[in-house]
Design a protein around this ligand. Structure first.
Ligand SMILES: [Fe+2]
Ligand SMILES: [Fe+2]
Length: 498
């Protein structure tokens, strides 16, 4: 079929909600452009198809990513740099240029037609092609300055990567009628100023460009604006809403979220390890001492729990026939996870009341062995095995549980279940750092579709262009994940949602 109308994602965003108070203005879109750099002409050197292709003078068009694939759309992103351009290192300034996408059903005769061209110069490009046919393979090419974009990461440069093959197939929607859409955001980190630190201040963190709003604020506001424009039935925020649960950070998170809607009505939240209680002595300037001592602790204060959900307390809510369960998987004093016995008992009692009810579960920490042994910080970074086993055992007695979403690792990755064979365990990419976005779960009576979306406001894309260089550019290799882990369909009997 012929591709239909095309649009930049930024078209969705004009003057929407919370973002209106946070945008840096369109000028920020070109903040990374080197002074005095003009338009670049085409260069055949830029089309060399290997990882050293950027080590030449002239325009380098790279970091191609097939970010989102739905049943009717494909979203591409790529970046343009002045060469020579190593793929790892410190923050690399982009150079602003045009954006073009050529696309057609695979096997269609003739050269690929141009389906999108945008002369507005930008350094980090995000283009969505809409109006596509479901379950159809498309051939594509993204171009800037007359040069085809190539993958820049090892993770997008595999033999089978759509970024390498230039072919991608739109999803086939699940069977049955659409019955609702749920948005999930995780790892917002309001208050964080230094991004990408792994341990003891290393590696050198990425910071926001001078004069621009704090990156967590603008990434959250941009995501909320897009989610609102898309229209969802409920928004779930899955932990690490703040940097260190400082009272001002909690207040700022709540203020931004209140611009979206009411807590417990329009949005719900779980606690992440960064939101855990703190002692006043851990940061005397934070103001923790203005809050009461948390019962059962010597001197921990819990401003997050006072404003949102008390510590180690599960909650549930309903969206039509769907049950959503939020779990507090956080340790009192560590980045790893835990679920205390009383919360296990509450989870088990709730599931037992209606075990076949279609149920979506959220906890900040992943709970599978695969997640424990594949995340960069190892098993101690997630929920301990005995807690994971007890939770998955409860899921085996509640066959309505179909999906459990986590954050924490900041990566987009599905992992295999252990005991709970019928549950889709997935970690979603982070809001604040690369890949920088949110996830939409589209529910049908016969299953569901999951799609990660990169936040497309100009200031969000500028931050993505910087956070691309976290851990000297290696962080995205871990967090971006594959197109198939960010976008997929599961067939499942969800007829009770109809
Ligand atoms: Fe986080
Ligand atoms: Fe976390």
């Amino acid at each position: 079929m012929t591709p239909g109308p095309l649009s930049r994602r930024s078209l969705l965003l004009g003057g929407l909600g919370a973002a209106a108070t946070l945008t840096a203005g369109a000028g920020a879109a070109r903040a990374l452009t080197p002074e005095g750099s003009g338009p670049f002409g085409g260069s055949s050197a830029g089309s060399a198809d290997h990882l050293l292709s950027g080590l030449h003078e002239g325009l380098v068009v790279t970091d191609l990513e097939v970010v989102t694939v739905t049943d009717t759309s494909i979203t591409f992103s790529w970046a343009t740099y002045p060469g020579p351009h190593p793929f790892y290192g410190t923050v690399a300034p982009t150079v602003a240029t045009d954006a073009e996408v050529r696309l057609a059903p695979a096997g269609a005769p003739g050269p690929l037609p141009v389906v999108h061209h945008d002369d507005e110069p930008r350094g980090f490009h995000l283009v969505t092609v809409e109006g596509l046919a479901p379950g159809t393979e498309y051939a594509f090419e993204c171009r800037s300055g007359g040069i085809a974009a190539r993958p820049g990461l090892m993770s997008t440069h595999q033999m089978w990567s759509p970024e390498r093959t230039g072919r991608v197939t739109t999803l086939t929607p699940p069977p049955g009628a659409p019955v609702g859409r749920i948005a999930v955001i995780n790892d917002v980190h309001i208050g964080e100023e230094r991004h990408g630190i792994l341990v003891a201040g290393m590696p050198t963190p990425i910071v926001q460009a001078e004069g621009l709003p704090p990156f967590p604020d603008l990434m959250l506001a941009g995501a909320l604006a897009e989610i609102r424009a898309r229209g969802v039935d409920r928004l779930l925020v899955n932990g690490d809403t703040t940097d260190e649960a400082r009272p001002a950070e909690v207040a700022r998170f709540v203020e931004i979220m209140n611009g979206y809607g009411a807590h417990g009505v329009d949005w719900h939240v779980t606690r992440g390890n960064h939101d855990r209680p703190h002692t006043p002595s851990s940061d005397p300037a934070a103001g923790y001492e203005r809050h009461a001592v948390l019962p059962g602790t010597a001197d921990h204060r819990d401003p997050w729990g006072e404003a949102l959900v008390p510590r180690q307390q599960m909650w549930t809510t309903r969206v039509g026939g769907l049950r959503i369960m939020g779990i507090d998987s956080t340790h009192l004093d560590a980045s790893g996870g835990m679920i205390e016995p009383h919360q296990h008992e509450a989870i088990e009692a709730e599931l037992a009341t209606d075990p076949h009810r279609p149920t979506l579960v959220l906890a900040h920490h992943p709970v599978t062995r695969e997640a424990a042994f594949t995340n960069a910080a190892g098993p101690s970074f997630v929920v301990p095995q005995h807690d994971a086993d007890r939770l998955q055992s409860a899921f085996t007695r509640a066959p309505g549980v179909f999906l459990m979403a986590a954050g924490h690792t900041h990566r987009a990755k599905r992992t295999a279940p252990d005991a709970a064979r019928g549950v889709d365990f997935v970690e979603f990419g982070s809001c604040a750092g690369y890949p920088g976005g949110y996830t939409i779960i589209s529910l049908h009576t016969g299953g569901y579709m999951v799609n990660f979306h990169r936040t497309g406001t100009p200031e969000a894309l500028d931050w993505s262009a910087r956070s691309r260089w976290a851990a000297y550019g290696l962080n995205p290799e871990y967090t971006l994940g594959t197109t198939a882990h960010r976008n997929y369909v599961v067939h499942r009997d969800l007829a009770a949602l109809g």
